[in-house]
Design a protein around this ligand. Structure first.
Ligand code: NAD
Ligand code: SER
Length: 313
């Protein structure tokens, strides 16, 4: 990776991944892009330009003008937002990915594509979810994710594009707010705990989902993209997880630091139905075996770090 393009760079993952890539590969070698303007940190540490991933000629131009060799393609609509705007979600998530893959094919770039636990569905085994298993998602977001996984594999086998990817669980970050997903409660809860010692959760108390702290998510993306090609049997759509918990268990962990913290539940039927269609705990042994994936943060370590960082804001 010498010249890197990040799409969707102002989002939850992109705002931290861009900074991590810049500190590793040089500020001048990582171009951040998004369809919306960036805030200070992204523009102060390196270049930023507006780029709508649905515009194939604009992507090609940016890749060509900047001699890009690697694309971290993050631009997408997340699960809850996608369900409100399914046609737009298909357009951004699928045509945006197709355009990024086409630019990668033409300009010989490697490409990173983040899939999700949403790529599974109600027919998938929910516990110890295998790497290779049935995938029949019922949300438009999940349908774009499983289609994206297949498209990345197709571009690798058909055109030799070095497309790699992960199935991320819900991501928790102290720096940027999430962009409209079903797992957003696991970030919102920390701000509420610090501000008002109370949180009203939109998922049921017993909704168990895989989660990961952002520093691990960033490491996983960079680690996978720098792994030797011969090591990879799967290459794309690796299951990765770090912890798996329910809102009730997360609240109990927060109470160890803020004993007066309370949680109540006011269920959002849309997001509850989405969460109920996702697995509870993925098996990520393929990632561990093929490229040495290992998370650093478990639930207690993540909660401690989140509370410290958000309190300092
Ligand atoms: P986010 O919503 O925070 O950021 C997405 C970014 O894409 C936003 O900055 C948005 O402005 C941008 N965008 C939307 N439409 C665009 C377009 N047409 N052109 C260019 N940019 C556009 O999402 P995130 O959490 O940073 O997720 C990034 C990727 O990781 C997505 O593909 C998402 O599906 C995937 N992912 C995220 C999670 C998670 O928990 N955050 C979990 C699994 C997978
Ligand atoms: N965290 C994401 C969401 O809830 C999962 O991809 O949409």
């Amino acid at each position: 990776m010498k010249k890197i393009l990040v799409t969707g760079a102002t989002g939850q993952i992109g705002s931290e991944l861009t900074i991590a890539l810049r500190s590793r590969y040089g500020d001048e070698n990582v171009l951040a892009t998004d369809k919306r303007p960036a805030l200070n940190e992204l523009t102060q540490s390196g270049s930023f330009c507006l780029l709508d991933v649905r515009d194939v000629s604009a992507i090609n131009q940016v890749v060509e003008d900047n001699n890009i060799d690697t694309i971290f393609h993050l631009a997408a609509l997340l699960s809850a937002v996608a369900e409100q705007k399914p046609q737009q979600a298909w357009d951004v998530n699928m045509n945006g990915l197709l355009n990024a893959l086409e630019a990668s094919r033409k300009h010989r770039c490697a490409l990173f594509f983040p899939s999700s636990i949403a790529a599974f569905g109600t027919e998938t085994p929910p516990m110890d979810t295998p790497q290779d298993t049935i995938q029949r998602p019922t949300t438009i977001y999940g349908i774009t994710k499983v289609s994206g996984e297949l498209l990345c594999d197709y571009y690798y086998h058909r055109f030799g594009v070095d497309a790699r990817g992960l199935r991320y669980p819900g991501l928790i970050s102290s720096s940027t707010l999430p962009g409209g997903g079903t797992t957003d409660y696991a970030v919102d809860i920390f701000y509420a705990a610090i501000k008002s010692q109370h949180y009203e959760c939109f998922l049921r108390a017993d909704t168990q989902l895989d989660m990961m702290y952002m520093p691990d998510a960033i490491d996983a993306a960079i680690h996978l993209m720098t792994a030797g090609s011969q090591q990879l049997k799967h290459r794309n759509a690796f299951n990765v997880t770090a912890m798996s918990f329910t809102p009730q268990q997360l609240a109990a962990e927060i109470q160890k630091h803020i004993p007066e913290f309370t949680i109540t539940y006011s269920i959002d039927p849309l997001r509850q139905a989405i969460a109920d269609s996702w697995p509870r705990h993925m098996n990520d042994s393929a990632a561990r075996t093929e490229w040495g994936w290992q998370a650093q943060f478990d639930l207690p370590a993540m909660v401690k770090d989140m509370l410290e960082k958000i309190t300092l804001k």
